[in-house]
Design a protein around this ligand. Structure first.
Ligand code: DCP
Ligand code: MG
Length: 454
């Protein structure tokens, strides 16, 4: 005999026991009423947005991703655009940042050159990105997520993982309903929509949130994971990009189902560490936890360019300016960092970071910059970059930072000069009064996005 798992949620509309053995007992995403029968429409409000799933009330891991984020914010602010195709993009970059779902039906996609997008959809309304506005809305959405659970792990401006385990008592309803309520709230209070994926692990929660965009709510349970994944292409697996999928294709592997038939040792023999990941994720096994934002672990600053840059010389003044910014923030906060971290994002949106641990912690722009420069030199091999960032981690008190450098007399001189520049800056209200040779007279070509400080 199978045993019914029955949980009672006292605050649910009818105090009805919710049983996983009665999948027809879903609920309505519009009015949250529990469904008494397996009808297509909600038996309370008539909405067709009823969600049912055998594991609906047992799953706690969610991925939430706002729909056509930048475009949604603009449509909220200009309601007359609601039913029109809207593209956010342009500027010198000349590519689409995002397109609303009406424009997507016409074939417009992110990262498409603007002229192509307008060929596909000539009547589209094109709006230049307003990054500050989107960042502010992103923060509002995040705050709302954090009111549901402390376990929120942001992935980007408009998406995050949430672990809602153990929150049913607090909210008076299971995670699935908390999430449906959340999507109603961001529509009503912020004026944009989001799609939700609910599962038992990060990998499948993320896959699920993408299944029914926009305003989606998709559930992938343990029971169906293997079968669900079997027909999907290998590219659905996190970390399988163009290069690895080409290698897999050469070996005759196109679907996740094919990976499911290969032993772990064999996958590891063929693909190294990635083979291990292929083995587990293809079988829906992913035990990564949701890692919430921690106390400040690093201080960094990054910038996106108007047009991609590849030349070392072009990147130098930008790196210098960013290093100075990081140094100013370290000094203002009275902390120092032991490890310098360089971040680069290629024109293909792939990010890489390179670290170097210093013998002593530092607050100095010069140390951050020269270390960053050494790391950068190795990465300027013709690759085109869209973003560069520099920062320091392993933060601590500055007591032992930047000891007089007896070996490098030049570095000591530069450190003294930096102290003098800081003193001048302080005197003139924080404005840069002295420019170094690296930045002086050089136009720092950056972004449609403002510098991001993290
Ligand atoms: N973005 C960008 N350039 C890209 C991809 C994204 O500038 N190539 C920006 C614009 C998006 C935002 O990041 O609005 C969020 O990215 P998403 O990938 O979540 O895309 P959207 O939210 O626009 O659409 P979706 O509904 O598919 O999530
Ligand atoms: Mg999104």
């Amino acid at each position: 005999m199978t045993c019914a798992i029955v949980t009672t949620f006292p605050l649910c509309s009818s105090a009805m026991p919710i049983s996983s053995n009665y999948p027809e007992r879903g609920f309505c995403r519009d009015c949250l009423a529990l469904q008494k029968a397996a009808c297509k429409r909600c038996d309370a409000c008539g909405s067709p947005r009823v969600v049912r799933h055998a594991e609906l009330y047992e799953l706690n891991l969610a991925h939430i991703d706002c729909d056509a984020f930048y475009a949604a914010v603009e449509k909220r602010d200009r309601p007359e655009l609601r039913h029109r195709p809207v593209i956010i993009g342009g500027g010198k970059r000349g590519v689409v940042s995002t397109a609303c779902y009406i424009a997507r039906i016409r074939g417009v996609r992110s990262a498409m050159p603007m002229f192509k997008a307008l060929e596909a959809c000539p009547e589209a309304v094109v709006i230049k990105p307003d990054m500050e506005k989107y960042a502010a809305v992103g923060r509002q959405v995040r705050a709302m997520m954090q009111s549901l659970t402390p376990l929120v792990e942001p992935l980007s401006i408009d998406e995050a993982f949430l672990d809602l385990s153990g929150t049913a008592k607090l909210h008076g309803k299971p995670a699935a309903m908390v999430l449906a309520d959340f999507s109603r709230k961001i529509e009503a209070e912020i004026g944009i929509s989001a799609s939700i994926g609910l599962s038992y692990c990060k990998f499948l929660a993320k896959v699920a949130s993408d299944l029914a965009k926009p305003r989606g709510f998709s559930v992938i349970g343990k029971q169906e994971a293997l079968e669900f994944l079997a027909s999907k292409p290998v590219t659905v697996i996190w970390g399988v990009g163009k290069a690895l999928s080409a290698t897999l294709e050469q070996n005759g592997i196109r679907t996740i189902g094919q990976l499911q038939t290969i032993e772990r040792t064999e996958l590891m023999r063929r693909y190294g560490v990635m083979g291990d990941r292929l083995y587990h994720l293809s079988r829906g096994q992913d035990d990564r936890r949701v890692e919430p934002e921690h106390d400040v672990k690093s201080i960094s600053s990054e910038t996106t360019f108007d047009s991609d840059l590849a030349a070392f010389d072009d990147l130098i003044p930008i790196l210098r300016a960013l290093s100075e910014k990081v140094s100013r923030r370290l000094k203002a906060a009275d902390i120092a960092g032991h490890t310098v971290v360089l971040k680069l994002k290629g024109s293909d949106f792939k990010s890489k970071t390179r670290n170097r641990r210093l013998p002593d912690a530092t607050q100095l722009a010069d140390r951050i910059f020269t270390t960053g420069l050494e790391l950068l030199r190795k990465e300027t091999d013709g690759t085109r970059y869209r973003l560069i960032g520099i920062g320091v981690s392993d933060l601590g008190a500055p007591t032992t930072a930047d000891p007089p450098d007896l070996i490098d007399a030049q570095a000591r001189k530069r450190a003294l000069a930096e102290g003098a520049i800081d003193a001048l800056r302080e005197k003139f209200g924080g404005k840069p009064v002295v420019e170094t040779g690296y930045t002086f007279g050089r136009k720092v070509r950056t972004r449609p996005a403002p510098d991001q400080d993290n």
